[in-house]
Design a protein. Structure first.
Length: 71
C-alpha cells in the first residue's frame, strides 16, 4: 500500500514541541515570505501572534501550522 509522503512529514512535525514549530515557521516566513492563500496566511500569522502571547499552540492550531509547513 502506498503512503502519502505528507503523512510521514506530518507525523515528524507532530513530534516537535510548539517552540520548535514556531521557530521553523518564523524562519520560513522570513526567508521565503508567503505565497499561499491569503486567508490561510492571515490565520497562520494570527496563530503565531497567539503563540507569542501564550507560549503554546492548541491542538487545532498545531495542525494548522504543520499544514502550513507541509504545503
Amino acid at each position: 500500500m502506498l503512503t502519502n509522503p505528507y503523512d510521514k512529514l506530518r507525523s515528524r512535525f507532530l513530534q516537535f514541541n510548539d517552540k520548535m514549530l514556531f521557530d521553523i515557521i518564523k524562519e520560513d516566513m522570513s526567508i521565503n515570505g508567503y505565497t499561499g492563500d491569503e486567508n490561510y496566511k492571515t490565520m497562520t500569522l494570527n496563530i503565531l501572534d497567539n503563540f507569542e502571547q501564550y507560549g503554546r499552540f492548541s491542538e487545532k492550531q498545531k495542525l494548522v501550522v504543520i499544514n502550513y509547513l507541509i504545503h
